[in-house]
Write a protein that binds this ligand. Structure first.
Ligand SMILES: [Zn+2]
Ligand SMILES: [Zn+2]
Length: 149
């Protein structure tokens, strides 16, 4: 994978750069993601916060909950990234904004209990909801790092 990863929102006003290898790639099939994305699932590339930079005006989208913040381009409203409250050291970049999304095949898929029945994602690991614990997620990140190399 060639670094840095770069990307833009639909209109190009927001530009993102990721200078480190991703920690995880995933597809989420939950109903919220279906509504947010107007698609069958969202694609996320999880990266270290300190490897991520973003220029351009952003607004909060989604549910404005305490636990999860979605940041969208202020002009075209593309979802650019999310920040999860319990993991301030990581950023969930929407794979769809990254230029090399084709290389970022989802390693895990989550919330398959909400999956559209005609969707087939070639993920290495599938979860009806999510990995059972933070430790389980960290073990998956180790597997992903090994898989990348
Ligand atoms: Zn935009
Ligand atoms: Zn979701």
């Amino acid at each position: 994978m060639k670094l840095p990863l770069t990307g833009t929102c639909l209109c190009g006003a927001v530009q993102v750069t990721v200078s480190a290898l991703p920690l995880m790639t995933m597809a989420c099939h939950c109903r919220d993601c279906q509504k947010l994305s107007a698609g069958a699932y969202t694609l996320t590339t999880m990266v270290p916060r300190d490897s991520f930079s973003c220029t351009g005006d952003l607004v909060r989208g989604g549910l404005h909950s305490d636990g999860r913040a979605h940041y969208n381009c202020a002009s075209c409203l593309t979802i650019v990234y999310s920040q999860v409250g319990i993991a301030p050291q990581r950023v969930n970049v929407r794979t769809s904004v990254l230029d090399d999304g084709a290389a970022l095949v989802p390693f895990i898929e989550v919330m398959t209990e909400d999956k559209m029945p005609w969707v087939n994602v070639p993920a290495m690991h599938s979860f009806a909801r999510a990995p059972a614990s933070l430790d389980a997620l960290h073990a998956l990140m180790d597997d992903y790092a090994a898989w990348l190399s």
